[in-house]
Every structure is written in structure tokens, then in C-alpha cells.
Design a binder for this molecule. Structure first.
Ligand SMILES: Nc1ncnc2c1ncn2[C@@H]1O[C@H](COP(=O)(O)OP(=O)(O)OP(=O)(O)O)[C@@H](O)[C@H]1O
Ligand SMILES: [Mg+2]
Length: 265
């Protein structure tokens, strides 16, 4: 891959699988590519899973947003997980600088201005986001080429996703490059009424190519892997078919990026 691709994993609804998708997709991609995860959420969940609970008081997202002289070269940690999986750590203290950032004229474009130098040398950058479309999430969207929306089938989740798609359209209308890479169904359980109803509504709402064929099933394995601070593909006790859904997702994710590449060429 020539140019780094920046993808926001985003949904304003909480608990739909943003962090889970960021970590697990990031990990399988890092088998063949150089991947950076940016933890743009004050909960710093990606950071704690990828580092086994380590916290970063310096050289984290706070310095990215706050410091003019952000030291890009020194910020990345090779995660203990995989050689080619890197992390720009999150920190809960980001909340304390929110009001300072809110007061800046370029408040939504801080990450965008730095992303080229941050992403340099990587193939793929995945940004894990907070469960709201706040100033930090806007920063991620303006810095991203694509948005990937994890979607948990349910009524409130569906409403939230519609709002998010409207937000993406508004950002695009504003002249920004961002494209919806796709909506990814997570926590899929074919036996539930919600799955039938809301996947049906999703299909009615979006063109086929905007919905991932791969659906991530609901499985306790994901919860257990997080307890061990590892991605699903490295979790020894994980069901093979569950791991395979992420390998399938990786292929589909890369194929979708390729489609955009060839359109641009
Ligand atoms: N496919 C799945 N099957 C079962 N549990 C899952 C699945 N995906 C995620 N989970 C679990 O659901 C919970 C919420 O997932 P996760 O933290 O990834 O969501 P999130 O959207 O990042 O949440 P937040 O909005 O709080 O950041 C976690 O405990 C996670 O381990
Ligand atoms: Mg999260």
C-alpha cells in the first residue's frame, strides 16, 4: 500500500464495539502491514488492552492536542502484542483540556494538521473514538479518509447510526474527503428479533457496498480476550470460527480500500 490510510472507527452510541473492532482488526492487519492505533477516547480502553493496563502520563493524546511542538517521533510504543502494531496512547486527562480546545478557532482540525506526519511510515491508521460526536471525534473525522461504523442491531443504535451518517454527509459537503467505508454489524445473533429487524432496515437504508458482508457474532470469547489484554486472534481459547470472522473482515476491509484506490487511480 502506498499512502497511509486513516480510518475512524466511530459511533456516537456507547458499547457497540468501537474498541473491540479497533483492537481486533488492528491486530489481524498487523500480521502483514504496519498499523498504528490512535486512542482518541478518554476512557483509554484500547490503550489498556494493548498494553495490559499501562497508563501513559506523557506523550499521549493530551500532548497531541495541546502541544505545538508535539514530538511525533518519540510517541509511539511498539505494543507488546505484535511487532507491527503501534499505539498512540489515550489518557483520561484529555477531558481536562476539553474547554481549552473548545475555545480554539481550529478546534476540530488539530489532528488533521498533524496526521500526515503521524501516519508517515504506516500502512494503516485506525482511530478509536469516544461514544459521542464531540470535539475529539470531529478531530478524528477531519483527519480520516474513511469511517467504519460498528453497529449493534437495536432500536436506539439504529437511530444513533442514522444521525452519524447525516454528520458524515455534512462533513463531506463541507469539502472534506471522508468516505463511509462501511457499517459493520457487531454482536450479531441471528436468533434475535433485533438482528432481523435492524439488519433489514440497514439494508433498506444503505447501498449494498456500504455494509460489510462479514458480521461479527456475539461471543463471550471477545470479553474473555479483553480480560487477558489480548486481541481475539492471539487468544488461545477462542473458537476458531470466531477468529475466522476477523480474518474474513480483514480481507473485506482491504478489498474495500482497494476499490476506492482503483476509483481514484
Ligand atoms: N462481538 C462481541 N461479542 C460479545 N461481546 C462483545 C463483542 N464486541 C464487543 N464486545 C464486548 O462489549 C463491550 C463493549 O464493547 P466495546 O468496549 O468494544 O464498545 P465501544 O463501542 O468501544 O464502547 P464505548 O462506547 O464505551 O467506547 C465490551 O465488554 C466488549 O468486550
Ligand atoms: Mg470504546
Amino acid at each position: 500500500m502506498k499512502k497511509p490510510v486513516v480510518v475512524s472507527i466511530i459511533n456516537n452510541k456507547g458499547g457497540v464495539g468501537k474498541t473491540s473492532v479497533t483492537i481486533n482488526l488492528g491486530s489481524v492487519l498487523a500480521d502483514n502491514l504496519k498499523v498504528l492505533i490512535i486512542d482518541n477516547d478518554r476512557q483509554a480502553n484500547s490503550t489498556s488492552v494493548l498494553t495490559g493496563g499501562k497508563s501513559y502520563e506523557e506523550k499521549n493524546m493530551i500532548s497531541l492536542y495541546q502541544d505545538k511542538e508535539f514530538d511525533i517521533i518519540n510517541i509511539f510504543e511498539n505494543t507488546p502484542i505484535k511487532k507491527e502494531l503501534y499505539l498512540l496512547p489515550g489518557n483520561p486527562g484529555i477531558e481536562e483540556i476539553r474547554s481549552v480546545i473548545d475555545g480554539k478557532r481550529d478546534r476540530e482540525r488539530i489532528l488533521e494538521k498533524k496526521i500526515d506526519s503521524i501516519a508517515e511510515g504506516f500502512d494503516i491508521v485506525l482511530i478509536d473514538n469516544p461514544p459521542s460526536i464531540d470535539v475529539f471525534a470531529y478531530n478524528a473525522l477531519y483527519a480520516s479518509d474513511f469511517a467504519l461504523i460498528p453497529f449493534k442491531p437495536g432500536a436506539l443504535e439504529f437511530a444513533g447510526m442514522q444521525n452519524l451518517i447525516t454528520t458524515l454527509a455534512a462533513i463531506k459537503k463541507d469539502g472534506h474527503k471522508i468516505e463511509l467505508l462501511g457499517v459493520l454489524v457487531n454482536m450479531y445473533n441471528s436468533r434475535t428479533k433485533a438482528a432481523t429487524k435492524y439488519i433489514g432496515e440497514l439494508i433498506a437504508m444503505l447501498p449494498e457496498e456500504k455494509i460489510f458482508d462479514t458480521m461479527i457474532p456475539v461471543s463471550q470469547d471477545f470479553i474473555n480476550a479483553v480480560m487477558d489484554s489480548i486481541p481475539i486472534d492471539l487468544y488461545q481459547d477462542a473458537n476458531k470460527s470466531i477468529v475466522n470472522t476477523y480474518l474474513q473482515l480483514r480481507d473485506e476491509f482491504l478489498a474495500k480500500l482497494e476499490t476506492f484506490n482503483s476509483k481514484e487511480a
